[in-house]
Design a binder for this molecule. Structure first.
Ligand SMILES: [Zn+2]
Length: 102
C-alpha cells in the first residue's frame, strides 16, 4: 500500500534563493527544538523551530525521505504525529520535527 501523494517539494534558500529539497536535520541537543538546514549552493545555514503547538485538524506539510506529504493532523502522541491524507485515504505516523504548519 502506498500513501505517497506527490514528489518532494523544493524550497528556496533564504540567501541565494536556490530551490532545492532540504529535509533538515533535528538538532542533536536534547533540549533543542530546532531543525537545521544548509544550502549546497552558497553554504548558508539556517534553522526553524519545531512546531510545538500542533492541534488536531491543522493542515500541515511533512518532509519525508521518500516524499513531501500534505495532510491533516489526526492525532498527537509525544514526538509523533498521526497524519490523515486527503479524504482519509491513508494515515501515517510521522516524527514531529518533520512537520510544518501549512
Ligand atoms: Zn543558498
Amino acid at each position: 500500500m502506498s500513501c505517497l501523494i506527490g514528489p518532494h517539494t523544493a524550497d528556496p534558500c533564504p540567501r541565494c534563493a536556490d530551490e532545492a529539497v532540504r529535509l533538515g536535520t533535528p538538532s542533536s541537543a536534547a533540549d533543542s527544538a530546532e531543525v537545521g538546514y544548509a544550502c549546497d549552493r552558497c553554504g548558508h545555514v539556517w534553522s526553524r523551530l519545531i512546531e510545538s503547538d500542533l492541534a488536531v485538524c491543522d493542515t500541515v506539510r511533512a518532509d519525508l525521505p521518500d516524499a513531501t506529504l500534505y495532510a491533516t493532523v489526526w492525532g498527537l502522541e509525544g514526538d509523533r504525529v498521526l497524519l490523515r491524507g486527503p479524504g482519509g485515504d491513508w494515515h501515517r505516523w510521522v516524527e514531529r520535527w518533520r512537520i510544518l504548519l501549512y
